[in-house]
Design a protein around this ligand. Structure first.
Ligand code: HEM
Length: 467
């Protein structure tokens, strides 16, 4: 009933400036802190999207013109429609929680590789973690085996990401004048078109790479689950279906590698910063493995404290403090306010993690908050870190398993510590976070990673030799 809805007030907000409106209010570093303050001042209603199932029209993404010309192949940026639904179906088939059970052997093998890397060159821990998370997605998706240094696929994917980051998209006039999309690319001012052509070329290379890998004869011989692309290719009835499948595979790598790796790096930060928590978790892992083997995925149910650490990692430093913005598909009413069709909805995930009622002393890293007094896990699985409603992260089951497996294995085999100065005193851990834009993740930092025992070294070497 649009005329009626239209009479309701818009959500209140801060006073706009005469010339720029609220533009400057919306683009500050750690802007989520400012949004949370506004919410407390009742300036602005930030949707509690945990209720989003009742607001299924918040399923869209904003469709800036540069997005539709340049980036729209990524699942996460696609506007709501039939192509997005096809992508989601691919993820649903490949990554639902049952399918993910079949990826455990691949994840375990890649975890062994990572432990070996940490043993040999511990200072390169960041690179080992990225190789681990990227190798899992590429193996599961396309049966592709990443090589540790200078892998050609990883290089291609990194250069694409770099090109996205470096492009001055917000400044391009096409955002204001969509008609410009029809001008020839050689004209001055058509830089966005030349850029789009470059990106399209690289994306085509990426698809070709994934296709070749998924259809290589060796893929079937692995004795593990058939990779998602190889599994779904025979069901594709058109070139467009094949293209869609390969785009989804490319999206999985882009969306799943850095995110999962960043969570594992936050785990390193937490372990180096809070040795008493690390020790307690190591004792728990040792009780289950007897210190005689590396942890396996089946141990997960018996390691509640380790599980609580993972949940606290996701809560303490959320990677998407404002989620990924949704867009409303229809006019809507939220808490008595009118939300017009096309509004951009930012879920303030950061504010949810800092809710003092739910999380006492929210700035403190405290895994015990996820455990009852008798040591059982409570229901809160911090799922909001993976988004909401029909756009919730489809890779969350895979990612959760990868993070858990790496954390349990690292706890069993290594001590993660702060560096020491020349007199043997610990140096404070200096971790900076990228806090601009929509993500927050740790930049490079240093820590010491030492094997806990001779037995741990022996186990890592044995597993590496067997694989
Ligand atoms: C710790 C790891 C991860 C975190 C924190 C994370 C978080 C998120 C978030 C917040 C969203 C936006 C959801 C929304 O719009 O409400 C998202 C979307 C997405 N994620 Fe993840 N993710 C992770 C790992 C992965 C992995 C491993 C994959 C793939 C294998 C993946 C694939 C995707 C895709 C394709 C989307 C877009 C969904 C859509 O727009 O419909 N993510 N993720």
């Amino acid at each position: 009933n649009k005329p009626h809805i239209g009479k309701l007030p818009y959500p209140p907000g801060p006073t706009p400036s005469f010339i720029w409106g609220n533009r400057n209010d919306l683009s500050a570093p750690r802007v989520w802190v400012r949004y949370a303050k506004w919410a407390n001042e009742q300036h602005l209603v930030l949707a509690d999207l945990q209720q989003e199932d009742n607001h299924s029209q918040f399923v869209g993404r904003c469709s800036r013109v540069t997005r539709t010309t340049v980036e729209s192949v990524a699942t996460s940026l696609r506007v709501y429609g039939p192509e997005w639904r096809k992508h989601r179906r691919i993820f649903q088939q490949g990554f639902k929680s049952d399918s993910c059970l079949e990826y455990r052997p691949v994840q375990t093998k890649k975890m062994h590789d990572m432990l070996y890397g940490l043993l040999r060159t511990p200072d390169d821990f960041k690179s080992h973690v990225y190789t681990y998370t990227g190798a899992i997605v590429l193996s599961v998706m396309a049966g592709y085996n990443v090589v540790p240094n200078n892998d050609p696929y990883v290089k291609l994917a990194e250069s694409l990401l770099e090109a996205f980051r470096a492009a001055p998209m917000a400044k391009w006039k096409i955002n204001m004048f969509p008609i410009l999309r029809y001008i020839p690319s050689w004209l001055p001012g058509a830089g966005f078109k030349r850029y789009a052509n470059l990106i399209k070329g690289q994306l085509a290379q990426q698809r070709e790479f994934l296709f070749k890998s998924a259809t290589a004869p060796s893929v079937e011989v692995e004795g593990e689950r058939t990779p998602v692309v190889a599994d779904l290719l025979p069901g594709c009835s058109s070139d467009s279906d094949v293209r869609m499948l390969l785009e989804a595979a490319g999206s999985a790598y882009t969306a799943g590698t850095g995110t999962t790796a960043s969570s594992i790096l936050v785990f390193f930060v937490a372990m180096a910063s809070f040795p008493e928590i690390q020790k307690k978790a190591q004792e728990e892992v040792d009780r289950v493995t007897g210190g005689q083997r590396l942890p396996e995925y089946d141990d997960r149910a018996h390691l509640p404290y380790t599980e609580a650490i993972i949940r606290e990692v996701l809560r303490w430093r959320p990677l998407f403090p404002l989620g990924l913005p949704h867009a409303s598909m229809e006019d809507d009413v939220y808490s008595g306010y009118y939300i017009p069709k096309g509004s951009i909805i930012y879920p303030n995930v950061w504010a949810m993690t800092r809710d003092p009622v739910k999380y006492k002393d929210p700035e403190i890293f405290n895994p015990d908050r996820f455990l009852t007094e008798t040591g059982e896990l409570i229901d809160d699985e911090v799922t909001y870190a993976f988004g909401f409603g029909r756009r919730i992260c489809p890779g969350r089951h895979l990612s959760s398993a990868s993070i858990w497996l790496s954390a349990a294995a690292i706890l069993s085999a290594f001590d993660v510590e702060r560096k020491k100065d020349e007199s043997g005193c610990y140096i404070p851990l200096d971790v900076k976070y990228v806090d601009k834009g929509i993500t927050s993740h740790p930049l490079s930092f240093q820590c010491t990673i030492l094997p806990r025992s001779e037995k741990a070294v022996q186990l890592i070497l044995e597993r590496h030799a067997e694989d």
